[in-house]
Ligand binder design. Sequence first.
Ligand SMILES: [Zn+2]
Ligand SMILES: [Zn+2]
Length: 281
Amino acid sequence: MFSTNQARGCICLLIAAVAFYHKSANAAVAAVWDTYRSIPLVQHDSFEPLVAVTAFFIWTRMWHVLDVYVPSLRVYKLHLSHNIKAWKLEGYPRWEAVYYLAPLLVFDWIYPRRKLDQPPPSVERVVFDVIGALLIYDLLFFFSHLALHKVPFLRRFHARHHVMGGDMRACDATRAHPLEELALVTFAITSLNLLRCHFLSRFIFNITIGYMLTEVHSGYDFPWMLHRVVPFKLVGGSVRHGQHHAKGDRYYQQFFTYLDDTYEWVRRKQQRIGESPDQEG
Ligand SMILES: [Zn+2]
Ligand SMILES: [Zn+2]
């Protein structure tokens, strides 16, 4: 198994190679962009929703293969239950792709926008777009997720996502009420549009967020995962999200940690003030 330091080393090597061969890297991205935008399917307005759903399908299948066919990896599981049959049976209809695809298709129909006439992006632009859109998505997700837990009327819309408690698997990323799905899709599109992301960045974002959403729900804690590899505990990953699913009273961010840590700090401070003897009487 790849260790955390080996994964970090690979990423550092990749960054160094891109920095050293910067011109060649940008030329490669330009060549990819020219080929990408000439493909008829890519020019279709509904291509992005199709990419998002296909990416989800492939990532969830990948995690499913690990769950079912690679028992040696179970030592990395955060939860010890391997009862996949019970997981499949409990309240998991097969309409997730429709819930996810339908709002995207409607949005495409209302707002046709696909003109692939942009110049090629630089490597930095793609990295900025993808990380920036993930940060905005995560920010929007945090506040909506907090509301889904704290506002009694909204709790019913989020209950379905927590039906398996801490014993979650990658497919739980798509186990959500249709209205919650709609909100998440809107957050993703808003994040991309706010930054005016390049079309190539949008493609990479859709594949990346599909992976990250299935990773945080995978129930695994591999040493090479993002929450291990990214320094300073900036990413919460499957460990924090697993604790959120199990307890429901902490860690409301989807990917990162800064808002959860701030929220927890404020909550504890208020709790201390409330317990202070000065406040009594
Ligand atoms: Zn979740
Ligand atoms: Zn929740």
